[in-house]
Design a binder for this molecule. Sequence first.
Ligand code: ADP
Ligand code: ZN
Ligand code: ZN
Length: 732
Amino acid sequence: MIILHVAIPAPLQGSFDYLAPAHVDARQVWIGTRVRVPFGRRQVVGIVIGTATESRIERGRLKAAREVLDDAPVVPADLLAVTRWASDYYHHPLGEVLATALPVSLRNGQAAESPPLQQWRLTEAGRALSLAALKRAPRQAALWTLLHAHPAGLTAEALTAHHPRWRQTLRPLIEQEWVEMAELRLARASPRVAARESTLQLNADQAEAVRTLTELPDQYQAHLLEGVTGSGKTEVYLRLIEQVVSRGRQALVLVPEIALTPQLVARFRARFDAPLAVLHSGLSDKERLQAWIMARDGTAPIVLGTRSAVFTPLKHPGAILIDEEHDGSFKQQDGFRYHARDVAVWRARHLHIPIVLGSATPSLESLHNVAQGRYRLLHLPERAGAAQAPTLRVLDVRKTPLTGNLSAPLLAAIGAHLHAGNQVLLFLNRRGFAPTLLCHDCGWVAKCRRCDAHLTYHHGSRRLRCHHCGAEAPLDTSCPACNGDDLRPLGHGTERVETLLQERFPDYPVARIDRDSTRRKGALESLFDSALRGEYRILLGTQMLAKGHHLPGVTLAAILDADQGLFGVDFRGPERMAQLITQVAGRAGRGDKPGEVIIQTHHPDHPLLHVLLTRGYREFAAAALAERHEAQFPPYAHLALLRAEATGRDEPGRFLSAAAQAAPAGASVELLGPVPAPMEKRAGRYRAQLLIQAASRAPLHRFLETWLPALAALPLARKVRWSIDVDPMEML
Ligand code: ADP
Ligand code: ZN
Ligand code: ZN
């Protein structure tokens, strides 16, 4: 008798035992194939993760799988290995981890074959056309020129890289029968890869980095590529990838959510004439399956994606690259809480391939790993090419008159850079018009009913919005408490600063870039494109503006409020602030003209801020690590956070107290709490947390292994929602 161990996407640890379907020879059911099985009252798709000859369940009660969905494994051994590890490490059910790793259509039981690739190309009539025929339709003419240069046709994704709104433009061309859609099936054979030679001569530091990265291609080694903004990290990545694909291997490239833009994809396409598998959250199910299968079958030598792409199967793995490794978007903050960087490092080790983590502002964890000799450091201390490091000026704004939150010297500098014909970039990490709305007559403040938070006033929509739960209300003209009509916005968000700037510099158009102004698909891209063309002279925005984009026209970058994040409850606050400040500063002077950076602060003497501003990120990191060491925070200790939430105020705390009581005696971990979450009420639920701290990883994991299963049996476990977060990145 052969028993199938099946992983099922359900919040339960472990796998489930089934028999093979009656007419199927169980010996033919491979590990990694999908089966449809009865589960409770439902039927679900599970993955066979092992087989055995005995079961803990008695024979008569074992159920048979209904159907085997694949005749070959869908989940290759390498992917099964990494998901198993992640399931153990993050103490999350394997079935759910596998669900994260698989495209939706495979999860639903659809065929694991790649759907045909759709490509658009010119028809004969279309090719015969002359450009003059389209001279009154410049967008169509541009698209025609592009298609003319690619006789075999272009995929939707390739078209998007050049023309974000190509579908609209293409429609009339299709109606005229000048363009047609063709469906291709990709051959399984390895594709021809041609890397176009770069015209750049690497500088000595880049050459050294490339040499180190490529010297032992069949061995695991983690590298930290620390290079100031504009130092040519991307060029180093491209050279490494060139080497990898020239050996017939695949490169997996992970980037932060916000950095995966058509511009980046276009840069890769320009360099490599090879199929690119691009994976991000904006894909349709079909596109995602396509890209996944191209990676799995080795037809795509380069796989480029955001967080969850770390679970993409690779037929011929050659190297893993993570750009902006410090970025918070690599950590999933709900459900299966994993850190893609850490998963990637494990995976590279398992696959015996090199991995490179790149950043201008490496995470303290990675710097610590360098200090411990676990990662090798590659350093690019200078900007590549002709660009110079910007000059930095700290403006102590205490007691100085402000226009909104703009000091006179900053306004003067903005004016000077604009008059000189340049662009300025202003960073403020707060969207909306004002973070608080106050009644001047009675002191009433607009608060969210479902959260412990103020409502933000949005002027454009004339609404109050909660940035924590999304609740919205129209703006009343009078105070709900006293009926007075003197309601005043307090504080400054991007919307308000935009208004101030427009009043002050009426001749210079302002682009505001934040989550509100970029909600529409493609809006962020078109704002950046217009900025690149110089249509906007002032760029004002939140984190979205701080990352990734190369805007050579910007000569002044300013941080309007460097103090945000210095005094928060999260011990990672200063690290995040330092990274943001450094990234924003790196936006200035990336072209031929020298750059200037201005930083407004009320706390020029804050020790960490002071070190950052006078001596740079490296020294800041050393000081911040010393503080972490002192306080026994990561990376000098290892944490897990047990969170609980419920509609009743007391339940989360009571559950966590019972959980703490249930801790096995003698474990070498410390339990801190329970305490209410820093924002206790959020989206109508009360939240509390219990911190588990250990000096090293092994005892932490041993503890969680025995403790977590016991929690499910606690009487309160069904009254609260609870979850475990291993290596939590946010203490909220
Ligand atoms: P990073 O990724 O470190 O911010 P990039 O790779 O985007 O830096 O490079 C910044 C700019 O410098 C780009 O315009 C790039 O073409 C240019 N660059 C990179 N390496 C060199 C080099 N060796 N010589 C001249 N210019 C270079
Ligand atoms: Zn009032
Ligand atoms: Zn709210």
